[in-house]
Design a protein around this ligand. Structure first.
Ligand code: TZP
Ligand code: MG
Length: 204
């Protein structure tokens, strides 16, 4: 089951390299890792994804590749995360047994993705964010409640989430939380650990 703290790599914000960040995030309690690299060439993506996959496999943490079906297949990732501009969900569901996550910001899309066989949904952007250029307008934590009522899939809240806001999104029904800028840079382990604790506390 996808949930808890969901860590996404960010080359721009990383200070010690994304592989180190992944190790730190897992040590801090991340329950899912996504490799996200928007600008690298396929050879670079393959090499990095392979290394991250190994680190995740050693820790028994699900490893998801963002956008790229070819890379996910080549490194035998546990899953892929696809957005509205990527290969369509219906096109991969029949031939791919791994975890498929997709992003949604309307209830109609959430229902459609559930019907098409998504395994989890990223609900975003909950708050405004500068980490993703085309993230769009903030949908607010109430959007999570609406999707929660509409579909029976794990929901990962993402976009502008700080430690102080964790309770708002878990209260609204999120099963997991992703925070990039709030955990990237220095002390990744400590920051992820604080998120993992905050999410865990809400679930008790
Ligand atoms: N998808 C939707 S919002 C977002 C992504 C990748 C960026 C989240 O980053 P931050 O820094 O936690 O707002
Ligand atoms: Mg994408």
């Amino acid at each position: 089951m996808i949930g808890g703290f969901y860590f996404i790599t960010d080359h721009g914000l990383s200070e010690r390299g994304i592989l180190n960040d992944v190790e730190e995030a897992i040590a801090g309690g991340a329950r899912v890792v996504q490799y996200r690299h928007k600008t690298g060439d396929a050879r670079t993506l393959y090499g990095e994804a392979l290394a991250v996959r190994q680190t995740c496999a050693d820790a028994d943490v699900p490893f998801i590749v963002n956008d790229r079906m070819d890379i996910a297949m080549a490194v035998a990732a546990d899953g892929i995360h696809i957005g509205p501009e990527d290969i369509p969900l219906f096109a991969v569901r029949d031939s791919y047994d791994g975890i498929i996550g997709t992003s949604c910001s309307t209830v109609a899309d959430a229902k459609r993705y559930a019907a098409e066989g998504a395994d989890y949904l990223g609900v975003s952007p909950i708050y405004s964010t500068t980490t993703k250029d085309d993230a769009g307008e903030a949908v607010g934590p109430e959007f999570i409640s609406k999707v929660r009522k509409a579909v029976d899939l794990p929901l990962i809240a993402i976009g502008g989430i700080t430690l102080e806001r964790v309770h708002e999104v878990t209260w609204a029904g999120a099963d997991g939380v992703c925070a990039i800028s709030a955990t990237a840079g220095r002390n990744v382990r400590k920051k992820v650990s604080a998120f993992a604790d905050a999410i865990g506390r809400r679930k008790i």
